[in-house]
Design a protein around this ligand. Structure first.
Ligand code: WT7
Length: 621
């Protein structure tokens, strides 16, 4: 099955034909993309029928594919172009230079006795060294664990401890929005809280490190994993998602190639951070695998002015720009002249990921940023899926806000709450994936929350979706207890755990409310023990969420209530609180499961006038 990777995702007829073939014979589809790799030993097939798992039974190395082979073929081609927080700060790193950085960090790790399968944590800002650190781990077969630099020492310590990380790679500081962030201090503080040993290594002065040439590469086979990344679930602590090395690389590289329709000379700019899955799949691995030039940005889009993205696109002649609805909405508030003063004619394709994109942001992105010339690739996926699962076709006949079609080989369905498949358009249901794909995560380190593979292999995503009239998929958002604040995925349970630590808080329930910029924000219902000073408790709650999770996790609204709505067995009924907080009317039916119904009108009244917490969130993505 040979096909032109460009037309496969442009033309509906061609898409349909390839899609039908791909679900009849997914193995044939994936086999035809194995040729994009350098193989030390070629795989015979991509799928193991016995285990129903993707099984690339060849031998290769992810980092070799992303760096070394390009350093041989095009050593001087820029691999990374970094922009700093202040205007004019720019570094360019060729594939050959990137290879040297990777080798230096790899030998440093080796000298610390790190071997394959050990966990190495990375707590660093968006700098080339951070990407080189990820690649150094995969070069020697160690699993990296990247922790977003905006997470608090406590959140970092939890991740280090539960993943048994041996080393923590970091730098002294970062600058964002004109402010200095003391990364090393936070890292040291996290390590000091730990019960097991973890050594901090500072990568500030990589240029002073000798390359003690240790060219040794760990050759990965199908069993090997690439990384762990923590994300929030609907209950309990964040869970560590483990991704495979070779099947994951195949999935992310192929989705980037086909869905975004890349050329080898593309200049690729994704505004995410390596702390999130997008920064793994579509900043680091897939674009470098294809030898693209990748632009990274350490600062914030609005500092010193709200034209940083547009300025970078113009300077570097960026052709693919992949961002998030929350960033687009925040830039849309500024004068269009800030966009128009830059020549953005190099742009070919625009991407969006992380949360549902609303119509007005979609239209602004399409009309003003893309000048009606660029398709908007609204890509839906998750940390668990490794790579893009749904995206619209890459042409200009676009329907706003529709994530669209499943990637080849994937069967995506919508079910009702009893698991029955919905076949009609315009009815809301649960989005499930009814197939196996090579990018699927392998396991989670948080054992009590198993990745949700039902016996029939359906993967339950937690998102709500509907079919439009054309049977393209529109994502509505999470239906479970996960909140998506500015694209940051946080569990209500994590908020509640932080709030309940405050002395005199008896219990709490946190729900998501709609927000015009952040998409969603957290609304906290708090039950306190005695009559106490509300302002004081609010400040303690904000301190606690900042300490336990980080500045990104701030409840914007807090109300004090005498009790929470509960079932007869004492379970908090969050969906009712969600409706009340969003000012939606509740009806009698909603109340049938509420044991303490008398509380409902009190909750309703209190929700009309919540305390609004001043914005202390400085680390927006
Ligand atoms: C959740 C996954 C995928 C990389 C970044 C987020 C939401 C993601 C879309 C989209 C509507 C989206 C979903 C999903 N989401 N992309 N295009 N349209 N919602 O990864 O942190 O694992 O979060 O983000 O709710 O479940 P994540």
């Amino acid at each position: 099955m040979l096909f032109d990777h460009k037309s496969a995702w442009e033309n509906e007829k061609i898409y349909n034909e390839i899609y039908q073939n791909s679900i009849k014979d997914p193995e044939a589809f994936w086999n035809c993309h194995l040729k994009d790799f350098y193989w030390k030993k070629k795989p015979i097939s991509s799928f193991d029928k016995n285990s129903s798992e993707w099984s690339l039974n060849g031998i290769s190395n992810v980092s070799y594919n992303c760096v070394d082979r390009h350093a041989i073929n095009s050593p001087d081609k820029p691999a990374l172009i970094w922009y700093g927080d202040e205007k004019g700060e720019r570094r360019q790193i060729s594939y050959n230079e990137l290879k040297n950085m990777v080798i230096k960090i790899a030998s440093l790790l080796k000298s610390e006795k790190i071997k394959n399968n050990d966990v190495v944590a990375i707590y660093m800002p968006m700098i080339p060294e951070a990407i080189a650190a990820m690649l150094a781990c995969s070069r020697i077969g160690a699993l990296h664990l990247v922790v977003f630099a905006g997470f608090s020492p406590e959140a970092l310590a939890y991740r280090l401890e539960s993943s048994k990380a041996k080393i923590l790679l970091t730098v002294t500081s970062s600058r964002r929005g004109g402010k200095k962030i003391e990364i090393l201090n936070n890292a040291n503080c996290a390590v000091s809280k730990m019960t097991q040993p973890c050594k901090t290594l500072n990568l500030d002065n990589l240029q002073n490190l000798e390359v003690k040439i240790n060219e040794e590469i760990y050759w990965q086979d199908n069993q090997d994993n690439l990384f762990i990344l923590y994300t929030s679930g609907s209950s309990g602590n964040p869970k560590g998602i483990v991704h495979s090395a070779l099947p994951y690389m195949l999935y992310t590289a192929t989705t980037l190639k086909i869905i975004l329709g890349i050329n080898s000379d593309d200049i690729y700019f994704s505004t995410s951070d390596i702390g999130w899955i997008t920064g793994h799949s579509y900043i680091t691995y897939a674009p470098l695998f294809h030898g693209l030039t990748v632009v990274i940005f350490e600062g914030t889009p609005t500092y010193p002015e709200a034209d940083r993205y547009w300025e970078i696109i113009e300077n570097e002649k960026v052709s693919i720009f992949y961002s998030a609805p929350t960033a687009i909405r925040s830039l849309q508030m500024f004068d269009d002249a800030l966009v128009k003063k830059h020549d953005l004619s190099s742009l070919k394709t625009l991407g969006s990921v992380g949360e549902p994109i609303n119509k007005s942001a979609w239209e602004w992105y399409f009309n003003v940023v893309g000048n009606k010339q660029c398709p908007i690739m609204d890509t839906w996926w998750q940390t668990e899926t490794g790579g893009i699962i749904l995206a619209p076709l890459r042409n200009l006949e676009q329907k706003p806000c529709i994530a669209g079609k499943p990637f080849f080989g994937n069967i995506v369905k919508i079910t009702d709450d009893y698991g029955n498949i919905i076949t009609s358009s315009n009815s809301l249901g649960n989005l499930i994936i009814n197939s196996n794909w090579p990018g699927k995560c392998r396991s989670t380190t948080y054992k009590s929350e198993k990745i949700n593979f039902a016996p029939n292999k359906a993967f339950i995503t937690g998102d709500g979706a509907i079919y439009d009239n054309n049977f393209d998929i529109k994502i509505i958002g999470r239906l479970d207890d996960v909140i998506n604040i500015s694209g940051h995925r946080l569990g209500t349970a994590e908020f509640e755990c932080a709030i309940n630590k405050v002395h005199s808080v008896k219990e709490s329930a946190v729900v998501a409310v709609e927000d015009s910029i952040k998409g969603q924000t957290a609304f906290a219902y708090v039950v306190i023990e005695d009559i106490v000073n509300h302002e004081k408790i609010i400040s303690e709650i904000l301190k606690s969420t900042k300490r336990c999770i980080g500045p990104i996790a701030k409840p914007d609204f807090i109300v004090f209530v005498p009790d929470l709505p509960k079932t007869r067995s004492g379970k908090i009924i969050r969906h009712l609180l969600r409706d009340i907080a969003n000012n939606h009317n509740y009806n009698e039916k909603d109340l049938s499961s509420v044991y303490n119904q008398e509380i409902v009108p009190i909750l309703y009244k209190a929700s009309q006038e919540p305390f609004f917490c001043p914005d202390i969130c400085k680390l927006k993505r």
